[in-house]
Structures are given as structure tokens and as C-alpha cells.
Design a protein around this ligand. Structure first.
Ligand code: PMP
Ligand code: GLU
Length: 399
């Protein structure tokens, strides 16, 4: 009798809920249902043409062989220049490793740095994958909650309280997925003041939404001298250049971490797609106008979706300062019913909105903060207006 063995580590892993909801919404759409998909977070724009042209040229120029494991040197140089010019950070190309999206960079770093039993502090709500990556490494997630009443940002006191002698890493994401909150320089200074007293803690800064930021200023965690030597930055082209499908991200940090990540990558994926790397080089070296244009479009949609959400009674809505997500509190609707259907929690509410309003969202529980839902507003104005109308109508039917 044949047996299929699935490892315990994969059995223990939760599936990505952002991807699962998006998949569900595609299935309903294929079955003829007019679903508006606000679940997965990805820019709805096409990749700018100069970047696509660079990829076509790369094929003609025969960029078709194994690339170096940490990425082409000219791409790593361009990333080091970007980090210097845009973020004021001083990294050599040897401190930069290119991976298959920011997702692989994060997972590489966590696997390369976290030992079984090590505690990793994660402010929640947090993007779905961090927690599973830490679990995969055998680490212990220490979740620090920050709800809408504190604009989804943790305080230095909360951080201090979460630190133990086993803490080895803190994972910070600003602008944040799923809340859209952006830590100001002053708020980061206060967090850094705590971290400065704990030299054993690595700071993992997910800066993938750097450019989708409406505050007019972005401070990289790598720019604080007190922690710069033990900070690892993750960023990439997915969000800023509408390149989610190309799968290019990078890490920049201490050379020991870059070497460890390169070793891991050399035994797992090798260097990432040669053609995608040439496209990423064009993104970093070409005109940056497209980045500003997309940011302005997202800002307009943020204003629209916040205005419409505030017209729906019972939703707790802040004004997100970055990324392309709204994370309204929905507790006013929990415990209500629609006929026989009871909406006990935010997961039930998401399924209700999908099935009754035909709008796909993701529950706050998926981001480890129940009582909320996440809407991605990277969609057209018309789709957003219609989605908010449907959500308002469906919520209005709950008694
Ligand atoms: N970090 C956050 C916070 C994200 O939202 C995403 C998007 N999936 C990623 C990392 C991964 O991005 P990439 O597409 O570059 O893997
Ligand atoms: N960042 C996106 C999201 O949160 C992409 C999906 C994913 O990789 O989780 O929806």
C-alpha cells in the first residue's frame, strides 16, 4: 500500500489566507459570479513599459544562464545606490542579496538567523506570512497587539514589556500591511531607544511599501546608528514598480547575514530568474516617475475608500498613511445574524461578504488581530465604489 508522508512542519503550517481568499474569489468569478476582489494586495497597474522592454532585451542578449546566487553584481550595485540615495544608508553590494520576492528574502533571513526556541517580536496586525516563517524556523512568535485606537502602532512601553532574555529578533513593517500605518521618525526614534539597550536583538525591517506612503517622508530603520549594525532591510520591486509577478526582492544587512542567506539560497533556489533581474535593474536605474504616478493614484483611492467606509455605520475607520489597505474594525457587526446565519467572528463576516455581497476581503484574524477585516484598495475607482456600496448594503442586513 502506497503512503504519502507530509512532514510535520508543513502539517503545522497555516496556508496563506491572502492567497486563499484571492483563489476563492477567482473560482467564484470563473463560475460566473461578479466578484470584486479586494483580498490580495497587489498593484492593479501593468509593469511600466521601459521595464518590460529591458526584460525582452535580456532574452535577446542571452541572459539565459544561471545567474550568480546573490544576484548580478550590477543589480546589487544599483540596489546599494538606491539605498544610499533614497534612504541615506551605506551598504556595499556584498551586503545585498537578491531573492525571489521580498517573501523569499524574509524567509531566508528568518531561516538563517532564528534558532529553535528564539523569540521573535511581531507587532500585530501583521502580514500573514511572518508568523509561519518563524514557526518554520522553530522560533517562538511573541505577538504585540496594536488596534485602531493606537493607529495600529506599538508603543515603546509595549516593546519593552515584550522583550525577554530569549528575544532574538523584532520584525517591523512600515508602511504596514495590513493596517497602512506609517511610523513617523519620532515614533521610530522611541522604538530604537528601547532596542539600543538590547544589542542581542536583530531588527528585521520590511520596507516593501516604502514608496506607497502619503506622509511625504520615509525613515528607514537602517538609518539609526544605534541599531544599524544589526538591522536587516527587506525591500523589492513588487509594490513600487507594479512587478508582483516578476518575483524580485532583496535584503541588505550585515555581511555575515548576506553570506548565510547566499549559502541557503545556493542550496535551495539558486540565483533568481536572470530575466527578472535585468527587469529589476531597469526599474532601479530608469525614470522614477512611474512610482510617483502610482502613489498618487493610490492616495486618491485611499481618500475615496476612507470616505465611503466612514459612511457605513459601525465600522471603525482610521486614515491609513501608506500601503494600499484599509483595516476597519467590524466588532459592531459580530454576534449579529442574517436569517439563520450567525456572524460569530471576522472570519464569518468575510465569508458572508464574499457570498452575499460578492466582495472578497481578508479577516483580521488572518493577520492575528481579530475584530477587523482588510480591504485592498488597489482596484479601480468604479470597483471600489461598487464594493463599498455592496458591503454597506450587506452589513445593513445584519440584525
Ligand atoms: N512583505 C509584505 C508586508 C507584503 O505585503 C508582501 C506582499 N506579498 C511581501 C512582503 C512580499 O512581497 P514580494 O511580492 O516581493 O514577495
Ligand atoms: N502582499 C499581498 C497581500 O498581503 C500579496 C499576497 C501575499 O503574498 O500574501 O495580500
Amino acid at each position: 500500500m502506497e503512503q504519502i508522508h507530509i512532514s510535520e512542519r508543513i502539517r503545522q503550517m497555516a496556508a496563506s489566507q491572502t492567497l486563499a481568499m484571492s483563489q476563492k474569489s477567482s473560482e467564484l468569478r470563473a463560475a460566473g459570479v461578479d466578484v470584486i476582489n479586494l483580498s490580495v494586495g497587489e498593484p492593479d497597474f501593468d509593469t511600466p513599459s521601459h521595464i518590460k522592454e529591458a526584460a525582452k532585451k535580456a532574452i535577446d542578449d542571452n541572459y539565459t544562464r544561471y545567474p550568480p546566487v546573490p544576484g548580478y553584481m550590477d543589480l546589487r550595485q544599483a540596489i546599494a545606490r538606491k539605498l544610499r540615495d533614497e534612504n541615506g544608508l551605506d551598504y556595499t553590494p556584498q551586503q545585498v542579496v537578491v531573492s525571489g520576492g521580498a517573501k523569499q528574502s524574509l524567509s531566508n533571513i528568518i531561516l538563517a538567523m532564528v534558532n529553535p526556541g528564539d523569540e521573535v517580536i511581531i507587532p500585530v496586525p501583521a502580514w500573514v506570512s511572518y508568523i509561519e516563517m518563524v514557526k518554520l524556523a522553530g522560533g517562538v512568535n511573541v505577538l504585540v497587539p496594536a488596534g485602531v485606537e493606537q493607529d495600529f502602532k506599538i508603543t515603546p512601553q509595549q516593546l519593552e514589556y515584550a522583550i525577554t532574555e530569549r528575544t532574538r529578533m523584532i520584525l517591523l513593517c512600515s508602511p504596514s500591511n495590513p493596517s497602512g500605518s506609517v511610523y513617523s521618525r519620532e515614533e521610530l526614534e522611541a522604538i530604537v531607544a528601547v532596542l539600543a539597550r538590547h544589542p542581542e536583538i536583530t531588527v528585521l525591517a520590511d520596507e516593501i511599501y516604502e514608496h506607497i506612503n502619503y506622509t511625504g517622508s520615509f525613515t528607514s530603520l537602517g538609518s539609526f546608528p544605534e541599531i544599524a549594525g544589526r538591522t536587516v532591510i527587506v525591500n523589492g520591486v513588487s509594490k513600487a514598480y507594479a512587478m508582483t509577478g516578476w518575483r524580485v526582492g532583496f535584503m541588505a544587512g550585515p555581511v555575515e547575514v548576506a553570506k548565510a542567506v547566499t549559502k541557503l539560497q545556493g542550496q535551495t533556489t539558486s540565483g533568481i530568474s536572470s530575466i527578472a533581474q535585468r527587469a529589476a535593474l531597469a526599474a532601479y536605474e530608469g525614470s522614477q516617475d512611474c512610482v510617483a504616478e502610482m502613489r498618487e493614484a493610490f492616495r486618491r483611492r485611499r481618500d475615496l475608500v476612507v470616505r465611503l467606509a466612514r459612511e457605513i455605520p459601525g465600522l471603525k475607520v482610521n486614515e491609513p498613511q501608506g500601503a494600499f489597505y484599509l483595516f476597519p474594525g467590524v466588532s459592531a457587526y459580530l454576534g449579529k445574524r442574517f436569517g439563520e446565519r450567525v456572524i460569530a467572528d471576522d472570519n464569518d463576516l468575510c465569508m458572508y461578504l464574499l457570498e452575499e455581497a460578492h466582495v472578497a476581503t481578508v479577516s483580521g484574524s488572518a493577520f492575528c488581530l481579530p475584530g477587523y477585516i482588510r480591504l485592498s484598495y488597489a482596484a479601480s475607482d468604479e470597483a471600489l465604489a461598487e464594493a463599498m456600496r455592496r458591503i454597506g448594503e450587506a452589513l445593513g442586513k445584519l440584525v
